[in-house]
Write a protein of this length. Sequence first.
Length: 461
Amino acid sequence: MTWQNQLISSLGGTRSTQVDQALYSFRKFIRSAVIGSVILLVCALVAILWANSPWSSSYFDLWETHITLIMGEWVLDLTLHQWVNEGLMMMFFLLVGLEVKEQILVGELSSVKRAMLPVAAAIGGMIVPALIYAIINGSGEGSEGWGVPMSTDIAFALGILALLGKRVPLSLKVFLAALAIADDIGAIAVITLFYTDSIAVEGILLALGLWLVIFALGRVGVFNAFIYFGLSCGVWLGFTIGGIHATIAGVLVAMAIPAHALINPDHAFRRLVNAIDPNRMGGRALLHDKDQQELVHDLNAAVHDIEPPLVQLERSLQPWVTFVVMPLFALSNAGVVIGGDILNTLTSPVSLGVIFGLLVGKPIGITLFAWLTVRSGIAELPSGLTLLHIHGVSWLAGIGFTVALFVTELAFVEAHVLADEAKIGILFASFIAGIIGFSLLRWLTSSQEIAPTPEKEMRPA
Protein backbone atom coordinates (compact mmCIF):
# COMPACT_ATOMS: atom_id res chain seq x y z
CA MET A 1 0.00 0.00 0.00
CA THR A 2 1.39 3.43 -0.94
CA TRP A 3 1.74 6.06 1.74
CA GLN A 4 -1.02 8.12 0.07
CA ASN A 5 -3.45 5.21 0.34
CA GLN A 6 -2.26 4.56 3.87
CA LEU A 7 -3.11 8.14 4.72
CA ILE A 8 -6.63 7.76 3.37
CA SER A 9 -7.27 4.46 5.13
CA SER A 10 -5.80 5.75 8.40
CA LEU A 11 -8.28 8.56 8.40
CA GLY A 12 -11.20 6.23 8.00
CA GLY A 13 -11.47 5.76 4.24
CA THR A 14 -12.92 7.98 1.54
CA ARG A 15 -16.07 10.00 1.94
CA SER A 16 -19.13 9.14 -0.07
CA THR A 17 -19.34 10.39 -3.62
CA GLN A 18 -22.65 12.08 -2.82
CA VAL A 19 -21.11 14.14 0.00
CA ASP A 20 -18.15 15.14 -2.17
CA GLN A 21 -20.45 16.22 -4.97
CA ALA A 22 -22.67 18.17 -2.59
CA LEU A 23 -19.71 20.02 -1.07
CA TYR A 24 -18.28 20.71 -4.49
CA SER A 25 -21.60 22.09 -5.73
CA PHE A 26 -21.90 24.27 -2.63
CA ARG A 27 -18.42 25.73 -3.16
CA LYS A 28 -19.27 26.37 -6.80
CA PHE A 29 -22.48 28.09 -5.72
CA ILE A 30 -20.70 30.30 -3.18
CA ARG A 31 -18.08 31.38 -5.70
CA SER A 32 -20.44 31.71 -8.62
CA ALA A 33 -19.96 34.85 -10.64
CA VAL A 34 -23.66 34.74 -11.43
CA ILE A 35 -24.64 34.97 -7.76
CA GLY A 36 -22.16 37.79 -7.17
CA SER A 37 -23.52 39.70 -10.15
CA VAL A 38 -27.13 39.29 -8.99
CA ILE A 39 -26.28 40.57 -5.49
CA LEU A 40 -24.42 43.55 -6.95
CA LEU A 41 -27.35 44.36 -9.22
CA VAL A 42 -29.86 44.11 -6.36
CA CYS A 43 -27.77 46.39 -4.12
CA ALA A 44 -27.38 48.94 -6.93
CA LEU A 45 -31.16 48.94 -7.52
CA VAL A 46 -31.83 49.30 -3.78
CA ALA A 47 -29.44 52.26 -3.64
CA ILE A 48 -31.11 53.98 -6.60
CA LEU A 49 -34.63 53.38 -5.28
CA TRP A 50 -33.66 54.52 -1.77
CA ALA A 51 -31.96 57.69 -3.07
CA ASN A 52 -35.09 58.57 -5.07
CA SER A 53 -37.66 57.65 -2.41
CA PRO A 54 -39.37 59.88 0.19
CA TRP A 55 -36.67 58.62 2.58
CA SER A 56 -33.77 59.75 0.39
CA SER A 57 -32.37 62.03 3.10
CA SER A 58 -31.80 59.00 5.36
CA TYR A 59 -29.75 57.37 2.59
CA PHE A 60 -27.35 60.29 2.24
CA ASP A 61 -27.26 60.98 5.99
CA LEU A 62 -26.28 57.38 6.66
CA TRP A 63 -23.27 57.38 4.36
CA GLU A 64 -22.17 60.85 5.55
CA THR A 65 -21.95 59.65 9.17
CA HIS A 66 -18.43 60.37 10.47
CA ILE A 67 -16.32 57.69 12.16
CA THR A 68 -13.04 58.90 13.67
CA LEU A 69 -9.94 56.82 14.41
CA ILE A 70 -7.37 58.42 16.74
CA MET A 71 -3.85 57.00 17.15
CA GLY A 72 -1.66 59.39 19.13
CA GLU A 73 -1.06 62.42 16.96
CA TRP A 74 -2.70 60.82 13.94
CA VAL A 75 -6.41 61.43 13.47
CA LEU A 76 -8.31 59.66 10.70
CA ASP A 77 -11.77 61.17 10.30
CA LEU A 78 -13.75 59.53 7.50
CA THR A 79 -17.42 59.25 6.62
CA LEU A 80 -19.03 55.82 6.46
CA HIS A 81 -18.97 56.19 2.68
CA GLN A 82 -15.20 56.78 2.79
CA TRP A 83 -14.62 53.86 5.16
CA VAL A 84 -16.30 51.60 2.60
CA ASN A 85 -14.42 53.08 -0.38
CA GLU A 86 -11.03 53.45 1.26
CA GLY A 87 -11.15 50.74 3.92
CA LEU A 88 -13.25 47.76 2.87
CA MET A 89 -12.25 48.14 -0.77
CA MET A 90 -8.68 47.33 0.26
CA MET A 91 -9.97 43.73 0.58
CA PHE A 92 -11.29 43.94 -2.98
CA PHE A 93 -7.95 45.12 -4.34
CA LEU A 94 -6.10 42.57 -2.20
CA LEU A 95 -8.15 39.85 -3.91
CA VAL A 96 -7.43 41.45 -7.28
CA GLY A 97 -3.72 41.44 -6.43
CA LEU A 98 -3.83 37.76 -5.50
CA GLU A 99 -5.55 36.94 -8.79
CA VAL A 100 -2.96 38.99 -10.68
CA LYS A 101 -0.08 37.21 -8.94
CA GLU A 102 -1.61 33.80 -9.63
CA GLN A 103 -2.10 34.63 -13.30
CA ILE A 104 1.47 35.91 -13.61
CA LEU A 105 2.90 32.79 -11.96
CA VAL A 106 0.85 30.02 -13.56
CA GLY A 107 -1.99 31.54 -15.58
CA GLU A 108 -2.59 33.31 -18.87
CA LEU A 109 -0.10 36.05 -17.96
CA SER A 110 2.72 33.62 -17.09
CA SER A 111 4.53 33.99 -20.42
CA VAL A 112 4.88 36.80 -22.92
CA LYS A 113 3.36 34.78 -25.75
CA ARG A 114 0.28 33.76 -23.75
CA ALA A 115 -0.18 37.22 -22.27
CA MET A 116 0.14 39.27 -25.46
CA LEU A 117 -3.44 38.86 -26.71
CA PRO A 118 -5.37 39.68 -23.49
CA VAL A 119 -2.87 42.39 -22.47
CA ALA A 120 -2.98 44.08 -25.87
CA ALA A 121 -6.79 43.87 -25.89
CA ALA A 122 -6.91 45.36 -22.39
CA ILE A 123 -4.60 48.22 -23.40
CA GLY A 124 -6.84 48.99 -26.37
CA GLY A 125 -9.87 48.79 -24.10
CA MET A 126 -8.35 51.45 -21.84
CA ILE A 127 -6.75 53.85 -24.32
CA VAL A 128 -9.64 54.25 -26.76
CA PRO A 129 -12.36 54.91 -24.11
CA ALA A 130 -10.10 57.46 -22.38
CA LEU A 131 -9.46 59.23 -25.70
CA ILE A 132 -13.16 59.34 -26.56
CA TYR A 133 -13.98 60.79 -23.14
CA ALA A 134 -11.18 63.36 -23.46
CA ILE A 135 -12.39 64.41 -26.92
CA ILE A 136 -15.95 64.97 -25.68
CA ASN A 137 -14.95 66.80 -22.49
CA GLY A 138 -11.81 68.57 -23.70
CA SER A 139 -10.45 70.84 -21.00
CA GLY A 140 -13.82 71.50 -19.38
CA GLU A 141 -14.78 70.96 -15.76
CA GLY A 142 -15.41 67.26 -16.39
CA SER A 143 -11.99 66.59 -17.92
CA GLU A 144 -10.71 64.86 -14.76
CA GLY A 145 -13.03 61.91 -15.39
CA TRP A 146 -11.08 60.45 -18.32
CA GLY A 147 -10.19 57.38 -16.21
CA VAL A 148 -13.84 56.48 -15.51
CA PRO A 149 -14.66 54.51 -18.72
CA MET A 150 -11.34 52.62 -18.77
CA SER A 151 -12.23 49.75 -16.42
CA THR A 152 -14.10 46.46 -16.76
CA ASP A 153 -16.22 44.89 -14.02
CA ILE A 154 -15.01 41.30 -14.00
CA ALA A 155 -17.82 40.09 -11.70
CA PHE A 156 -20.59 41.27 -14.00
CA ALA A 157 -18.75 40.32 -17.20
CA LEU A 158 -18.01 36.74 -16.10
CA GLY A 159 -21.46 36.47 -14.54
CA ILE A 160 -23.19 37.27 -17.82
CA LEU A 161 -20.84 34.97 -19.72
CA ALA A 162 -21.70 32.18 -17.26
CA LEU A 163 -25.40 32.60 -18.08
CA LEU A 164 -24.65 31.21 -21.55
CA GLY A 165 -23.70 27.89 -19.97
CA LYS A 166 -21.80 25.10 -21.70
CA ARG A 167 -22.10 26.61 -25.15
CA VAL A 168 -19.31 29.07 -24.27
CA PRO A 169 -15.81 27.68 -24.99
CA LEU A 170 -13.52 27.48 -21.98
CA SER A 171 -10.90 29.44 -23.92
CA LEU A 172 -13.30 32.40 -24.16
CA LYS A 173 -13.84 32.41 -20.39
CA VAL A 174 -10.09 32.27 -19.82
CA PHE A 175 -9.53 35.12 -22.29
CA LEU A 176 -12.14 37.33 -20.61
CA ALA A 177 -10.70 36.63 -17.15
CA ALA A 178 -7.15 37.43 -18.33
CA LEU A 179 -8.40 40.56 -20.13
CA ALA A 180 -10.21 41.79 -17.02
CA ILE A 181 -7.21 41.12 -14.79
CA ALA A 182 -4.89 43.01 -17.17
CA ASP A 183 -7.51 45.76 -17.19
CA ASP A 184 -7.43 45.82 -13.37
CA ILE A 185 -3.65 46.24 -13.42
CA GLY A 186 -4.06 49.25 -15.72
CA ALA A 187 -6.82 50.74 -13.55
CA ILE A 188 -4.69 50.39 -10.41
CA ALA A 189 -1.79 52.13 -12.17
CA VAL A 190 -4.05 54.98 -13.32
CA ILE A 191 -5.52 55.45 -9.83
CA THR A 192 -2.09 55.43 -8.20
CA LEU A 193 -0.40 57.77 -10.71
CA PHE A 194 -3.16 60.22 -11.60
CA TYR A 195 -5.69 60.25 -8.75
CA THR A 196 -3.31 60.68 -5.81
CA ASP A 197 -2.93 64.24 -4.52
CA SER A 198 -0.52 64.95 -1.66
CA ILE A 199 2.03 62.58 -0.14
CA ALA A 200 2.95 62.35 3.58
CA VAL A 201 6.32 60.64 3.93
CA GLU A 202 5.76 59.39 7.51
CA GLY A 203 2.70 57.36 6.52
CA ILE A 204 4.45 55.89 3.47
CA LEU A 205 7.44 54.81 5.59
CA LEU A 206 5.11 53.15 8.11
CA ALA A 207 3.33 51.26 5.34
CA LEU A 208 6.54 50.13 3.65
CA GLY A 209 8.02 49.01 6.98
CA LEU A 210 5.01 46.82 7.79
CA TRP A 211 4.98 45.51 4.23
CA LEU A 212 8.60 44.41 4.65
CA VAL A 213 7.59 42.52 7.80
CA ILE A 214 4.86 40.69 5.80
CA PHE A 215 7.38 39.91 3.07
CA ALA A 216 9.96 38.63 5.57
CA LEU A 217 7.43 36.40 7.37
CA GLY A 218 6.49 34.81 4.07
CA ARG A 219 10.10 34.15 3.18
CA VAL A 220 10.81 32.33 6.48
CA GLY A 221 7.67 30.21 6.16
CA VAL A 222 5.40 31.91 8.69
CA PHE A 223 1.75 32.43 7.82
CA ASN A 224 -0.85 33.30 10.43
CA ALA A 225 -4.10 34.83 9.25
CA PHE A 226 -4.52 37.10 12.29
CA ILE A 227 -0.96 38.43 12.16
CA TYR A 228 -1.18 39.06 8.43
CA PHE A 229 -4.56 40.75 8.86
CA GLY A 230 -3.19 43.12 11.51
CA LEU A 231 -0.10 43.95 9.46
CA SER A 232 -2.21 44.48 6.33
CA CYS A 233 -4.45 46.92 8.22
CA GLY A 234 -1.28 48.74 9.26
CA VAL A 235 -0.11 48.93 5.63
CA TRP A 236 -3.51 50.31 4.61
CA LEU A 237 -3.47 52.84 7.45
CA GLY A 238 0.04 53.99 6.54
CA PHE A 239 -0.84 54.52 2.89
CA THR A 240 -4.10 56.25 3.82
CA ILE A 241 -2.26 58.66 6.15
CA GLY A 242 0.39 59.07 3.45
CA GLY A 243 -2.22 60.11 0.89
CA ILE A 244 -1.96 57.03 -1.35
CA HIS A 245 -5.16 55.15 -2.02
CA ALA A 246 -6.03 51.67 -0.75
CA THR A 247 -5.59 50.18 -4.22
CA ILE A 248 -1.81 50.10 -3.95
CA ALA A 249 -1.95 48.81 -0.35
CA GLY A 250 -4.04 45.79 -1.38
CA VAL A 251 -1.87 44.96 -4.37
CA LEU A 252 1.43 45.32 -2.50
CA VAL A 253 0.25 43.05 0.31
CA ALA A 254 -0.84 40.49 -2.29
CA MET A 255 2.60 40.54 -3.90
CA ALA A 256 4.18 39.69 -0.50
CA ILE A 257 1.96 36.65 0.16
CA PRO A 258 3.88 33.36 -0.41
CA ALA A 259 2.71 31.32 -3.38
CA HIS A 260 4.43 28.09 -2.30
CA ALA A 261 3.82 25.46 0.37
CA LEU A 262 5.37 26.30 3.73
CA ILE A 263 6.63 22.73 4.28
CA ASN A 264 8.06 19.87 2.22
CA PRO A 265 4.88 17.85 1.58
CA ASP A 266 6.57 14.57 0.73
CA HIS A 267 8.78 14.51 3.82
CA ALA A 268 6.05 15.70 6.21
CA PHE A 269 3.42 13.22 5.07
CA ARG A 270 5.75 10.24 4.88
CA ARG A 271 6.93 10.75 8.45
CA LEU A 272 3.48 11.34 9.93
CA VAL A 273 1.63 8.65 7.99
CA ASN A 274 4.25 6.05 8.82
CA ALA A 275 3.96 6.95 12.50
CA ILE A 276 0.16 6.77 12.67
CA ASP A 277 -1.22 3.38 13.68
CA PRO A 278 -4.69 2.77 12.16
CA ASN A 279 -5.35 0.05 14.76
CA ARG A 280 -5.12 2.63 17.55
CA MET A 281 -7.63 5.02 15.94
CA GLY A 282 -10.81 2.93 15.74
CA GLY A 283 -13.87 3.72 17.82
CA ARG A 284 -13.04 5.76 20.93
CA ALA A 285 -9.46 4.53 21.15
CA LEU A 286 -8.08 7.86 19.96
CA LEU A 287 -9.61 9.60 22.99
CA HIS A 288 -7.23 7.68 25.29
CA ASP A 289 -4.13 7.76 23.09
CA LYS A 290 -2.30 11.07 23.51
CA ASP A 291 0.56 10.06 21.19
CA GLN A 292 -1.80 9.35 18.31
CA GLN A 293 -3.73 12.55 19.07
CA GLU A 294 -0.52 14.55 18.67
CA LEU A 295 0.25 12.81 15.39
CA VAL A 296 -3.23 13.52 14.04
CA HIS A 297 -2.90 17.15 15.15
CA ASP A 298 0.47 17.44 13.38
CA LEU A 299 -1.00 15.80 10.28
CA ASN A 300 -3.85 18.30 10.26
CA ALA A 301 -1.35 21.17 10.56
CA ALA A 302 0.72 19.67 7.74
CA VAL A 303 -2.33 19.50 5.47
CA HIS A 304 -2.96 23.18 6.25
CA ASP A 305 0.66 24.19 5.58
CA ILE A 306 0.79 22.32 2.29
CA GLU A 307 -1.74 24.70 0.73
CA PRO A 308 0.10 27.87 -0.38
CA PRO A 309 -0.87 30.96 1.68
CA LEU A 310 -1.85 32.71 -1.57
CA VAL A 311 -4.51 30.06 -2.22
CA GLN A 312 -5.66 30.03 1.41
CA LEU A 313 -6.08 33.80 1.52
CA GLU A 314 -7.75 33.91 -1.88
CA ARG A 315 -10.29 31.30 -0.79
CA SER A 316 -10.95 33.08 2.52
CA LEU A 317 -11.38 36.51 0.96
CA GLN A 318 -13.63 35.43 -1.90
CA PRO A 319 -16.94 35.13 0.02
CA TRP A 320 -16.26 38.29 2.05
CA VAL A 321 -15.54 40.34 -1.06
CA THR A 322 -18.45 38.84 -3.02
CA PHE A 323 -21.11 38.97 -0.32
CA VAL A 324 -20.02 41.87 1.91
CA VAL A 325 -17.51 44.31 0.39
CA MET A 326 -18.86 44.67 -3.13
CA PRO A 327 -22.56 44.79 -2.11
CA LEU A 328 -21.76 47.51 0.47
CA PHE A 329 -19.76 49.37 -2.15
CA ALA A 330 -22.66 49.21 -4.60
CA LEU A 331 -25.12 50.25 -1.91
CA SER A 332 -23.05 53.28 -0.90
CA ASN A 333 -22.02 54.44 -4.39
CA ALA A 334 -24.89 53.69 -6.78
CA GLY A 335 -27.43 55.93 -5.07
CA VAL A 336 -27.91 58.85 -7.45
CA VAL A 337 -30.90 61.15 -7.64
CA ILE A 338 -32.62 60.76 -10.99
CA GLY A 339 -34.66 63.89 -11.59
CA GLY A 340 -37.19 64.70 -14.26
CA ASP A 341 -34.43 66.06 -16.50
CA ILE A 342 -32.80 62.65 -16.95
CA LEU A 343 -32.47 63.28 -20.69
CA ASN A 344 -30.41 66.42 -20.03
CA THR A 345 -28.27 64.46 -17.58
CA LEU A 346 -27.61 61.67 -20.09
CA THR A 347 -26.63 64.24 -22.73
CA SER A 348 -24.23 66.16 -20.48
CA PRO A 349 -20.56 66.02 -21.60
CA VAL A 350 -19.54 63.85 -18.63
CA SER A 351 -22.34 61.30 -19.18
CA LEU A 352 -21.76 61.22 -22.93
CA GLY A 353 -18.02 60.75 -22.39
CA VAL A 354 -18.67 57.77 -20.12
CA ILE A 355 -21.41 56.27 -22.32
CA PHE A 356 -19.48 56.54 -25.58
CA GLY A 357 -16.28 55.48 -23.84
CA LEU A 358 -17.86 52.24 -22.59
CA LEU A 359 -20.22 51.51 -25.51
CA VAL A 360 -17.96 52.60 -28.38
CA GLY A 361 -14.44 52.80 -27.00
CA LYS A 362 -14.37 49.40 -25.31
CA PRO A 363 -15.61 47.31 -28.28
CA ILE A 364 -13.47 49.22 -30.80
CA GLY A 365 -10.33 49.33 -28.63
CA ILE A 366 -10.39 45.66 -27.60
CA THR A 367 -11.31 44.29 -31.02
CA LEU A 368 -8.87 46.54 -32.90
CA PHE A 369 -5.88 45.86 -30.66
CA ALA A 370 -6.63 42.12 -30.63
CA TRP A 371 -6.82 42.10 -34.43
CA LEU A 372 -3.55 44.05 -34.76
CA THR A 373 -1.80 41.66 -32.36
CA VAL A 374 -2.99 38.56 -34.25
CA ARG A 375 -2.43 40.14 -37.66
CA SER A 376 1.17 41.06 -36.80
CA GLY A 377 1.88 37.51 -35.65
CA ILE A 378 2.71 38.56 -32.09
CA ALA A 379 -0.10 36.37 -30.73
CA GLU A 380 -2.58 33.74 -31.89
CA LEU A 381 -6.27 33.39 -31.25
CA PRO A 382 -7.04 30.64 -28.72
CA SER A 383 -8.31 27.37 -30.19
CA GLY A 384 -11.95 27.51 -31.25
CA LEU A 385 -12.23 31.31 -31.12
CA THR A 386 -12.61 33.91 -33.84
CA LEU A 387 -12.39 37.69 -33.77
CA LEU A 388 -16.19 37.72 -33.58
CA HIS A 389 -15.95 35.96 -30.21
CA ILE A 390 -13.43 38.57 -29.09
CA HIS A 391 -15.77 41.31 -30.29
CA GLY A 392 -18.66 39.77 -28.36
CA VAL A 393 -16.56 39.70 -25.19
CA SER A 394 -15.48 43.30 -25.83
CA TRP A 395 -19.10 44.37 -25.28
CA LEU A 396 -19.15 42.62 -21.90
CA ALA A 397 -15.95 44.54 -21.09
CA GLY A 398 -18.08 47.68 -21.51
CA ILE A 399 -19.70 46.86 -18.17
CA GLY A 400 -17.70 49.24 -16.01
CA PHE A 401 -19.55 49.12 -12.73
CA THR A 402 -17.32 48.64 -9.65
CA VAL A 403 -13.98 50.23 -10.56
CA ALA A 404 -15.67 52.86 -12.75
CA LEU A 405 -17.74 54.04 -9.77
CA PHE A 406 -14.58 53.90 -7.68
CA VAL A 407 -12.67 56.17 -10.08
CA THR A 408 -15.69 58.51 -10.27
CA GLU A 409 -15.44 59.12 -6.53
CA LEU A 410 -11.74 59.96 -6.90
CA ALA A 411 -12.13 62.13 -10.01
CA PHE A 412 -15.02 64.27 -8.74
CA VAL A 413 -14.38 64.54 -4.99
CA GLU A 414 -16.02 67.96 -4.66
CA ALA A 415 -18.03 68.12 -7.90
CA HIS A 416 -21.06 66.10 -6.79
CA VAL A 417 -23.18 67.03 -9.81
CA LEU A 418 -20.49 65.77 -12.19
CA ALA A 419 -20.10 62.62 -10.10
CA ASP A 420 -23.84 61.92 -10.41
CA GLU A 421 -23.68 62.49 -14.16
CA ALA A 422 -20.79 60.02 -14.44
CA LYS A 423 -22.60 57.44 -12.30
CA ILE A 424 -25.77 57.67 -14.39
CA GLY A 425 -23.64 57.27 -17.52
CA ILE A 426 -21.94 54.20 -16.00
CA LEU A 427 -25.23 52.55 -15.04
CA PHE A 428 -26.85 53.26 -18.42
CA ALA A 429 -23.84 52.15 -20.49
CA SER A 430 -23.23 49.03 -18.38
CA PHE A 431 -26.85 47.94 -18.79
CA ILE A 432 -26.76 48.39 -22.57
CA ALA A 433 -23.32 46.77 -22.91
CA GLY A 434 -24.48 43.74 -20.93
CA ILE A 435 -27.56 43.23 -23.11
CA ILE A 436 -25.65 43.63 -26.39
CA GLY A 437 -22.75 41.43 -25.24
CA PHE A 438 -25.06 38.66 -24.04
CA SER A 439 -27.19 38.77 -27.21
CA LEU A 440 -24.20 38.77 -29.54
CA LEU A 441 -22.43 35.90 -27.79
CA ARG A 442 -25.65 33.91 -27.58
CA TRP A 443 -26.08 34.29 -31.34
CA LEU A 444 -22.43 33.38 -32.00
CA THR A 445 -22.61 30.25 -29.83
CA SER A 446 -26.20 29.26 -30.64
CA SER A 447 -25.13 26.15 -32.55
CA GLN A 448 -22.41 25.15 -30.10
CA GLU A 449 -22.70 22.84 -27.11
CA ILE A 450 -19.40 22.35 -25.35
CA ALA A 451 -18.87 19.04 -23.57
CA PRO A 452 -18.24 19.35 -19.85
CA THR A 453 -14.56 19.74 -19.00
CA PRO A 454 -12.75 19.65 -15.67
CA GLU A 455 -12.03 23.36 -15.76
CA LYS A 456 -10.66 25.43 -12.91
CA GLU A 457 -13.23 27.64 -11.27
CA MET A 458 -13.11 31.27 -12.31
CA ARG A 459 -13.14 33.62 -9.30
CA PRO A 460 -14.03 37.30 -9.98
CA ALA A 461 -12.06 40.28 -8.52
